[in-house]
Design a protein around this ligand. Structure first.
Ligand code: NAG
Ligand code: NAG
Ligand code: NAG
Ligand code: NAG
Ligand code: NAG
Length: 676
């Protein structure tokens, strides 16, 4: 350490009585104590007036300065900022200085010491202050914390040297050793006493007659060359760290309840970072004054978004707060990230679209269903449902009841007329044949009549109509099921069933009976319209049953009656083709062809036997021809008389002259006779 010129401190200009009161934690009742001075809030442990402060924290409100000032200082130390939360105070401290006269001697000086820290509650904040020396040939330094038993008297000596080569050397804004130097300070400094080395100022008196040294807010001082001649009573802002410095750490202090300063609920103790001692803080989520009872109050975080962010719905809790997204939205971090709807717009649109589509689909389906129902009702009415309903012999089937049967696996027949399915009705063991005609029914009224009539017909040689379904465009007819199939199949199938003469006569006679019954034994005669082996069905005992009575004609009825009636020209009455007039004799003609087929077992349209139907032959020739053609299977055993009679019936039935043809009843009778 170089030789020091230590200046005596100023005499105490203000004799401030040391506080006679020793404030205790119990005496912290601050009611009646001034809570501010000069706009500065004064809070315990600080206080103005007896009983208002903790020992060492007394302030006086200086009316002339309109500022609180520290107590016990040798010069007023105004306080212009006080924070309980950060345990900081900002005061104004005088600069230290020395000035030279023309003899190059220091004629006046000040070490700056104002004894602001008699109670040792303050430490000069190393974090917020710097030490600045202004001058053109000087070394300024501070010495602090007197300590015994070492080479030197203090624990700290720190400062810097400044020099100017000439009057132009110092620069504004530059405090780097030319006219001004500065340095960071260590923690623990307790006072502002400064010292200088007095180097010659002879050649600098003009622009730098004095040297200055001071502590200052590190953000609040910028060097100007004018400061080389600053006023000697200048004061600089300095930050002080204050603490409860009862020579105790938090651990010790807590054990001494009577002196422990952190008295508020929800308060905490923290060891001071600048000097021995501790400070109190409110616990997280609380704010206020931890040094007074119940001084720490809950922070309503929801009210200060800047400090306590929440992008969702904020809810304050004691010591904390909750932040949640409103229902229907979410965020990974609602405190910082905005809440997004659970269903983003795209999803909403999608769901809406799907939902909408679904609703539309349901609506469409419902309307289709309703339409279908309406259609079914319309068909039912159109097909004569209301009339047929009256007839209790006909069963009216619902479309649904037949759907099971109308499957391709149940189909037993198919042709120009439509399709036939074998099926079982609900609760019935007897099979039925369900006929689904292809062709539209135009004459619904006629259809209804004939269905009603046929339903009343009970004849063992006529396939029984059980009922019908009218809920469809073309009515579906349900008949009794006849197991042995059609005569056409029996006669012409590849594996020929043996048919003796008696059986053939029986089939012929009974078929004729059936036809005759319909022609003449019922009130309203019904013509078949399509007599052919395919329409003569055989039951298990080879009893013939004529099928499609009347209906085949009804169903095929249409504007082009003549041309569309029946596809089987081989069986069709040529007179009907010529005149367009269908009579019972037309059925007789067709039956004649059937008889011919039955006894010859040859197809009516075979090119071989076509000639027998030709008009050019006379009756006798035809008869002869028929006998020649008789199936060899029966020709051998049959007596010639029977064949002659048969040939006569056939030839008569096929006569081109309608009047020559016998009535159906006549045919039946004659065949029956032959059978006997
Ligand atoms: C300079 O100051 C010293 C000490 O105060 C004094 O002895 C001396 O006379 C002064 N010189 C002038 C020229 O004032
Ligand atoms: C002040 O002192 C404390 C304690 O030694 C230290 O942690 C901190 O870094 C110092 N601040 C500055 C700016 O030097
Ligand atoms: C120092 O001052 C002298 C006299 O004014 C001048 O001649 C010299 O150049 C200066 N040196 C520097 C480094 O500024
Ligand atoms: C320093 O502090 C004083 C008083 O608080 C203020 O008026 C001034 O602007 C500050 N200067 C700088 C450079 O921050
Ligand atoms: C502080 O405590 C230490 C040991 O705990 C003790 O030696 C010292 O004298 C105490 N100082 C004061 C001022 O109480």
């Amino acid at each position: 350490m170089p030789t020091m010129l230590i200046l005596h401190p100023y005499l105490l200009l203000l004799l401030v009585a040391l506080t006679a009161f020793s404030s205790t934690p119990e005496a912290e009742s601050t009611s009646g104590c001034p809570d501010s001075c000069g706009g500065i809030a004064i809070q315990y442990p600080f206080g103005i007036g007896a009983g208002c402060f903790r020992k060492g924290f007394e302030l006086i409100c200086d009316r002339s300065l309109d500022r609180p000032v520290l107590v016990g200082t040798t010069k007023p130390v105004p306080l212009n900022h006080l924070s309980i939360r950060t345990a900081e105070a900002r005061v104004m401290l005088p600069v230290a200085w020395q000035c030279f006269n023309s003899s190059d001697l220091v004629y006046a000086s000040s070490d700056g010491d104002v004894q602001f820290n008699r109670e040792e509650v303050y430490r000069i904040s190393n974090a917020s202050n710097q030490l600045v020396v202004v001058g053109c040939n000087t070394l300024g330094y501070t010495q602090s914390q007197r300590s015994e038993g070492n080479d030197y008297d203090y624990g700290y000596y720190t400062g810097c040297m400044s020099y100017c080569n000439n009057s132009k050397s110092a620069m504004n804004g530059a405090c780097a050793g030319v006219g001004c130097c500065r340095l960071d300070i260590p923690p623990g400094l307790t006072d502002n006493r400064m010292n200088f080395e007095a180097y010659t100022h002879k050649k600098r008196l003009g622009f730098s007659p004095c040297d200055y040294a001071f502590l200052v807010d590190r953000d609040n001082y910028t060097f100007h060359t004018a400061d080389l001649k600053m006023e000697t009573n200048t004061m600089m802002p300095v930050w002080l760290d204050w603490a409860i410095r009862d020579n105790m750490t938090c651990d010790d202090a807590k054990r001494r309840a009577e002196s422990y300063a952190c008295v508020s609920a929800n308060s905490e103790c923290r060891d001071s970072s600048n000097g021995f001692g501790y400070v109190c803080t409110c616990s997280m989520g609380y704010e206020g004054n931890p040094y007074i009872a119940n001084g720490c109050t809950d922070i309503n975080e929801c009210e200060s978004y800047q400090e306590y962010p929440c992008r969702g719905v904020c809810r304050n809790t004691l010591g904390s707060y909750e932040c949640k997204c409103p229902s229907g939205s979410h965020s990974a971090d609602p405190f910082n990230d905005p809440c997004n709807p659970n269903f983003p717009l795209a999803a909403k649109i999608t769901i809406g679209a799907i939902g909408g589509f679904f609703i539309i689909a349901v609506a469409v389906f419902a309307s289709l269903l309703a339409k279908e129902k309406r259609k079914m009702r319309d068909y039912f009415r159109k097909n004569g449902g209301p009339i047929i309903e009256e007839v209790n012999k006909i069963k009216l089937f619902k479309k649904k009841e037949l759907e099971q049967t109308l499957k391709s696996s149940n189909r037993i027949g198919q042709g120009g007329f439509g399709e036939v399915y074998k099926g079982y009705l609900r609760d019935e063991t007897q099979p039925v044949a369900v006929k689904k005609p292809k062709i539209d029914v135009k004459l619904a009224g006629q259809f209804v009549n004939e269905v009603i009539i046929q339903s009343r017909v009970l004849h063992k040689n006529i396939v029984k109509l059980i009922g019908c379904c009218l809920e469809v465009d073309v009515p579906i007819l349900v008949y009794e099921y006849v197991p042995n199939g059609s005569l056409d199949r029996i006669l012409h199938d590849s594996n020929r069933v043996p048919l003796n003469l008696d059986l053939r006569l029986q089939i012929a006679a009974q078929s004729a009976k059936g036809l005759a019954y319909m022609h003449s034994e019922i009130t309203t005669p019904i013509l078949h319209g399509d007599v052919k082996p395919a329409n003569i069905l055989l039951d298990e005992d080879f009893v013939p049953k004529i099928s499609d009575f009347g209906t085949s004609r009804m169903i095929t009825v249409d504007e082009n009656y003549a041309s569309t009636i029946i596809g089987n020209w081989g069986y069709m009455d040529p007179e009907y083709v010529l005149t367009g007039l269908y009579t019972s004799k037309s059925d007789v003609y067709s039956f004649g062809v059937v008889l011919l087929e039955l006894f010859t077992r040859k197809k009516a349209l075979d090119p071989d036997n076509n000639s027998i139907l030709g008009n050019s032959l006379d009756t006798y020739s035809k008869k002869k021809r028929v006998i020649e053609l008789v199936d060899p299977e029966i020709a051998a055993i049959g007596n010639t008389g029977v064949f002659h009679s048969l040939a006569e019936i056939i030839v008569q039935s096929l006569s081109t002259d309608i009047d020559q043809r016998p009535e159906m009843a006549d045919v039946a009778e004659r065949l029956q006779y032959l059978l006997k």
